[in-house]
Design a protein around this ligand. Structure first.
Ligand code: KG4
Ligand code: ZN
Length: 343
């Protein structure tokens, strides 16, 4: 007998993107993301404005997700939502919305860890994507986190290395800000780097006590001093060399990431390697990891572009696995801004 399909509505509101998705089992029927352009003019996410924008966006985004999936709220089997980590005001909007909807529809509520969701996005069923077998390594790189994980099971993660200061997304965004580029600068650095020379300028790579850990605050300072020095000689230095500067910054960051993920693979003997999180949208990181298939004989897992930056489909896939385990939450569950990867 064929088992019944499970429909899950997932909500993501941890930072500055409001997103809703509908999944039928492990297949995504819709994944709607509303970006908040308002933050660009402030050079970073303004928490107060983010939660206000989430409040405005959440109902239309959910309605659009249901309409695109061609189902009605009454057909839903569960509501999954991001409980953390993230900005408290932003998380609260999604949390209270999910709770009220689950209560009104009288269906289970499933709280999801945002960082687990970035990793488990690899389990979304898609013709063009391979699904990793356990255990595999995952380099989780986003605006808030930078971790090398050994993924042992859907809900079992071992942190092998992590950043001791800024996240890699912050390194991209802060470098871009120093160059006068708007927030978020990561995608812009990627775009300008495409026509630049990545060997034009050299920035020294940080050292960390644990060779699998990361540190990016020194890089940001090195870039700042370098630009200040060059601008003294040529006030138009940034404009004149924008592409080369971006390519050099990006290449330095990609080198830092690749060295550590290679070391993690050497140490664990695991050659199944995934990337996840917003920064895994970066074209040089994607190409570099892909090249390790040939040079290092790895099996690599590069997420579909739409599942790299924050999205609700990834929340939905965690919701699906939790649903199968009947791992539901009570209506008094609270959002938490800080959350361990295994929580
Ligand atoms: O996962 P995400 O959407 O949000 C967090 O959970 O933090 O990641 C956002 C981060 C930002 O720092 C953004 O600049 C970066 O991902 N990002 C990129 C690219 N696309 C997004 N960084 C470098 N290259 C890109 N193409
Ligand atoms: Zn994220």
């Amino acid at each position: 007998m064929k088992s019944k399909s499970i429909h899950i509505l997932a909500i993501e509101s941890s930072c500055d993107d409001t997103s809703a998705a509908v999944l039928r089992n492990n297949t995504v029927l819709s994944n709607v993301v509303a970006n908040q352009d308002i933050h660009a003019q402030y050079g970073g996410v303004v928490p107060e404005l983010a939660s206000r924008a989430h409040q405005q966006n959440i109902v239309p985004v959910m309605q659009q997700a249901l309409a695109k999936a061609n189902i009605t709220a009454n057909q839903l089997d569960a509501i999954a939502f991001t409980k953390g980590p993230g900005l408290m005001g932003s998380l609260l909007v999604g949390t209270s919305f999910a709770k009220s909807l689950a209560l009104a529809l009288d269906i289970p509520l499933i709280a999801v860890n945002h960082m687990q969701a970035h990793v488990l996005a690899h389990f979304i069923k898609d013709e063009a994507q391979r699904i990793p077998e356990f255990p595999f390594l995952c380099l989780t790189i986003s605006g808030g986190h930078t971790q090398i994980l050994k993924v042992e099971h859907y809900n079992q993660f071992k942190i092998l290395g992590e950043t001791i200061d800024d996240a890699v997304g912050e390194a991209f965004d802060k470098s871009a800000k120093i160059m006068g580029l708007p927030y978020p600068g990561g995608p812009l650095i990627d775009r300008y780097a495409k026509s630049g020379n990545k060997k034009a300028f050299k920035f020294s790579e940080p050292k960390t006590d644990n060779p699998l850990n990361f540190s990016f605050s020194g890089l940001k300072t090195a870039i700042l001093y370098f630009l200040q020095k060059e601008i003294k000689k040529n006030p138009n230095f940034i404009e004149d060399h924008k592409e080369d500067i971006c390519a050099s910054i990006q290449h330095t960051i990609v080198n830092i990431l690749s060295k550590r993920i290679k070391l993690a693979s050497d140490q664990t003997g695991i050659t199944r390697v995934a990337i996840a999180g917003g920064v895994s949208a970066n074209s040089e990181i994607r190409a570099t990891l892909k090249s390790f298939e040939n040079t290092l004989n790895w099996q690599t897992y590069i997420p579909k572009f739409e599942y790299t930056t924050d999205n609700a489909a990834m929340i939905g896939i965690v919701g699906y696995y939790k649903y199968l385990q009947k791992d539901f939450d009570e209506n008094d569950i609270k959002a938490t801004s800080r959350l361990d990867i295994n929580a």
